[in-house]
Design a protein around this ligand. Structure first.
Ligand code: NDP
Length: 445
């Protein structure tokens, strides 16, 4: 930590009030000591200082009118962190909690995650403090159009390629793409990913993050001589990532007994009825409490709490950052959890990660476990560039290969740097080396 402590102090000083960004940087820096000792050229070239300073940060006004004609003003963000491996790539988040620190934490993570996929994509992230909940389709459309009216000038298939994240799904990507096309007079498919499959989207993109997270979990269990078949699984959230994590876990023979939203969680001992969950969440845009009402007596809904006191073999946090705390981790360990994989970005607090690692639980950080989404976005860009579209089966097979590759590279890197079985160390060092080597090669820019 000789080099790292003064660096971290400087990052705190230069980025005040950005708690989530500090947390994400600290988590990476804490693991880099061994690589910096072996590769002093990274220190001499000030790679870390350069990586922690985004190449560009955009903050802009987003005015829009609601259905009653009342005017609202939101703030839009796009942080273009690193383009050393490819165009900036990373999602847009619409949630009232969004601020610069959150966008920077997500963008910083994205650099290493995208490197781990082995695809030619740089790191970026964006969004707005707009709250899409309980807004009509027309209001969502007007907001997206206003947001894109500013953002479009910074995008391009070789420049910056956003996708979805919390609060931004297929509907929002459609409105954003429509406005981009109208303003630029270009049908530039490769400028956004997560598009509808009949207008440039990729099969399996919707499923990719959740599927990838479960495939990564299966690889971790396999390396310990186990499988997902017959395991009891807890998933937090019930959005895009959670729903398709549940689907893949069920396909691999697991029973998912709980999931949640920001109101509370349900417990369904027979296994979550995915068709009902999709109908409530994807079609009706309803609340998780409806699931208990419609599924009947044997399902309970617990208001105002998270899923982590439901005993399970495998825990998949798929909702949001800092949603699994130290006490939750202790409860999960007492309940016999064997593996935890982050479908969301940074859902596990550093103290909770330590509890899992000390207890010998296989723990996969989000930058490895949820990289399947952005990897499939890169596959969507490949299809757009070649004006091709692949089958679901082919795309899913590519995703599975990529997740195996990410798993193996984290696993072997952790071993190589003296922390066998530590996927946090493996993911951070493997991602960092790829980015740092490219930065050295491209000179001081
Ligand atoms: P969605 O908006 O589809 O779903 C988010 C889910 O998390 C909802 O169930 C939501 O409940 C819940 N949630 C959000 N904020 C909170 C909160 N503060 N407290 C409790 N629950 C909350 O988002 P995604 O599924 O796309 O994203 C989930 C996570 O996965 C995020 O961390 C995102 O960054 C990450 N991720 C997403 C990728 C993707 O491809 N979509 C790729 C890689 C990572 P409610 O509806 O009540 O708000």
């Amino acid at each position: 930590m000789r080099v790292i402590e003064p660096l971290y102090a400087e990052i705190l000083r230069r980025n005040q009030g950005e708690g989530e960004f500090h947390q994400a940087v600290r988590e990476v820096l804490e693991t880099l000591d061994p690589v910096l000792r072996q590769r002093p050229e990274f220190v001499d070239a000030r790679i870390i200082e350069r990586l922690c300073e985004p190449e560009r940060q955009l903050i802009f006004r987003v005015p829009w009118a609601d259905d009653s004609g009342d005017v609202h003003v939101n703030r839009g963000f796009r942080v273009e962190f690193s383009s050393v491996l490819g165009p900036y790539k990373g999602g847009l988040r619409f949630h009232p909690s969004v601020n610069l620190g959150i966008v920077k934490f997500l963008g910083f993570e994205q650099i290493f995650k995208n490197a781990l996929t082995g695809m030619p994509i740089g790191g970026g992230k964006g969004g707005s403090d707009f709250d899409p909940k309980r807004r009509s389709d027309a209001e969502i459309m007007r907001f997206c159009q206003s947001f894109m009216t500013e953002l479009h000038r910074h995008l391009g298939e070789y420049t910056d390629v956003p996708a979805g994240d919390i609060g931004v799904g297929g509907r929002e990507i459609g409105y954003l793409f429509g406005q981009y096309r109208r303003i630029t007079n270009r049908h530039e498919s490769g400028v956004l990913t997560g598009k509808g499959v009949n207008w440039g989207g990729s099969q399996a993109r919707t499923e990719a993050t959740g599927y990838g997270c479960v495939l990564f979990t299966a690889e971790m269990l396999r390396s310990r001589g186990e499988s997902l078949d017959g395991q009891r699984v807890a998933v937090s959230g019930s959005g895009n990532v959670a729903i398709y994590a549940i689907e893949k876990a069920q396909q691999l023979g697991a029973t998912v007994v709980t999931c949640s939203d920001s109101d509370g969680y349900i417990v369904d001992e027979k296994g979550v009825d995915l068709a009902l969950l999709k109908e409530i969440k994807e079609v009706g845009r309803g609340r998780i409490s409806e699931y208990a009402e419609r599924r009947g007596e044997n399902v309970k809904f617990v208001e105002g709490a998270g899923v982590w006191n439901v005993p399970c073999d495998v825990a998949l946090p798929c909702a949001t950052q800092n949603e699994l705390h130290e006490e939750d981790a202790r409860t999960l360990v007492r309940g016999g959890v064997k593996a935890v994989a982050e479908g969301a970005n940074m859902p596990t607090t550093p103290e909770a990660v330590r509890v899992f690692q000390e207890a010998g639980v296989a723990f996969a950080p989000g930058k490895a476990a949820n990289a399947g989404g952005v990897a499939t976005s890169a596959l969507e860009m490949q299809q757009n560039a070649s004006r091709d579209s692949w089958t679901f089966a082919h795309t899913e097979e590519r995703l599975a290969e990529i997740m195996r590759h990410i798993h193996d590279s984290c696993y072997t890197t952790a071993e190589r740097y003296g922390s066998p079985g530590n996927y946090v160390v493996g993911a951070n060092i493997a991602g960092f080396e790829l980015v740092a080597d490219a930065m050295l090669a491209q000179g001081l820019i």
